[in-house]
Design a binder for this molecule. Structure first.
Ligand SMILES: *[C@@H]1O[C@H](CO)[C@@H](O)[C@H](O)[C@H]1NC(C)=O
Ligand SMILES: *[C@@H]1O[C@H](CO)[C@@H](O)[C@H](O)[C@H]1NC(C)=O
Ligand SMILES: [Zn+2]
Length: 407
């Protein structure tokens, strides 16, 4: 464990000279508390919190608080509920970081360092050179290449409508890279899915926010945004899922404050990660078209579709979005009993502007665009224990397979 951490630290410092310090945040004794919020105390809640876990939600906020701030927080609100008594103890249940083994089922029993995620994709691809290739989707602010895998079937490379899947947009949502890697692994290794591989060209990028992801491993496990700075401000990071250049300027679904978890950036699309992701979507739109776009997040157990920026607006094919999401919801429940809530994202969860699914729906002309919010509903939140990786990836894949059959 120690040596892995040390090599991760070395890796990250060679990549990015700007990392100021590598002292890791100790969450021992920190609690996750769900509080009933009103607009007048929202800012005070945020100032007491180490992290807001569901930024955007206005009435019920999940926050991570240090032991010193617990009393002040509870005194501030009418209602509160402790979801997790000790974040440090929950982090221990995430298990030891596991070093690399060739692509097999055992990959999905532990979390892994960033370099090993890259190696996993390369090794998987190396076993299937006739029907896959490694693709790059732009570069992060610290110079890491957003790395994905393109998978095709019997029609040949680039012959079918595209399925585009992004994972780990938000750095702390570790279960999402494991899950999107499981999709790629099943598509290539499991003959059950040959008909799906023959039907689509898949573009799966498990970690689209590599700088943030590395930062969660070296420094702050609960970091969300990218690691981009704003001149004249000490706060770091843009929210990649509030930076897409569609309805970015609309008020209410993102923050204009660089210190906020949902900071939208200074200009639409000014995060380099977004430039790469946008270019991928635009290029596929212009060539073979996008059948299905999935942005995989955690937590909350939701399947959401456009629109995020307006709670009254419905997609032209809202009914079809609902029907396919309903099937995925049933497929997931059939595997494990896990209950998902489905609906248009603004009216079901909260308003978001500059979101990936609004962009891919309207500008990307994708037939279907969904956001998955994976397990759980808040007890572990982003720090899902290692023993829930396998059940989560398997149930989610069942949901996605049911979508692909209809898409
Ligand atoms: C292949 O897919 C089927 C259907 O989802 C599943 O039951 C089986 O476990 C998969 N095989 C492997 C090796 O993952
Ligand atoms: C959008 O996609 C549909 C197919 O789903 C296609 O018929 C149409 O031409 C596309 N429009 C644009 C502007 O690309
Ligand atoms: Zn997210």
């Amino acid at each position: 464990m120690k040596s892995i951490l040390v090599s991760m630290l070395l890796l990250s410092t060679t990549f990015c000279a700007v990392v100021p310090s590598v002292k890791k945040v100790d969450y021992s004794g920190f609690k996750v508390i769900r509080v009933a919020s009103t607009d007048d105390v929202k800012d005070q809640i945020e100032s007491l919190a180490a992290h807001v876990l569901n930024p955007g939600k206005s009435t019920e906020i999940d926050v991570v608080v240090s032991p010193d701030n617990v009393e002040a927080l509870i005194a501030l609100v009418a209602e509160s509920k402790v979801l997790n008594e000790d974040v440090g103890a929950a982090l221990a249940e995430e298990g030891e970081m596991q070093t690399y083994a060739v692509p097999s089922e055992s990959w999905f029993t532990a979390y892994h360092p960033y370099a090993d995620h890259l190696q996993f994709l390369k090794d998987l691809q190396a076993g299937y050179t006739g029907q896959s290739e490694i693709v790059t989707v732009g570069t992060s602010i610290q110079g890491r290449v957003l790395t994905g895998i393109h998978i095709w079937g019997s029609g040949g490379k680039g012959s079918k409508p595209a399925v585009v899947i992004h994972g780990n947009v938000h750095a702390r949502e570790w279960i999402t890279s494991m899950t999107t890697e499981y999709f790629a692994w099943q598509l290539l290794t499991n003959a059950t899915f040959k008909s799906l591989v023959d039907k689509f060209d898949f573009y799966i990028t498990p970690i689209v926010n590599p700088d943030g992801f590395v930062y969660t491993q070296t420094t702050d496990r609960l970091w969300r945004k990218n690691r981009q700075t704003v001149s004249g401000n000490t706060c770091v990071g843009r929210d990649i899922n509030r930076n897409w250049p569609y309805k970015w300027e609309v008020a209410g679904g993102a923050s204009t404050s660089p210190c906020s978890e949902t900071y939208k950036g200074q200009v639409a699309g000014d995060a380099p990660e977004n430039k790469g992701l946008k270019a991928q979507v635009d290029s596929l739109k212009g060539s073979r078209g996008i059948s299905l776009y999935l942005d995989v997040h955690s937590y909350g157990q939701y399947i959401l579709w456009p629109y995020g920026y307006d709670c009254n607006l419905r997609a032209e094919n809202d009914a079809q979005h609902r029907s396919i999401a309903t099937r995925a919801q049933s497929a997931i429940r059939a595997v494990s009993g896990t209950a998902y809530t489905i609906g248009p994202s603004c009216s079901t969860l909260y308003a978001t502007t500059g979101s990936s699914t609004d962009y891919t729906d309207v500008q990307g002309n994708a037939t279907y665009s969904y956001t998955y919010e994976l397990r759980d509903t808040g007890s572990y939140g982003f720090t899902l224990p290692a023993n829930q990786i396998k059940p989560t990836v398997v149930e989610t894949w069942a949901g996605v397979v049911s979508m692909l059959k209809d898409a």
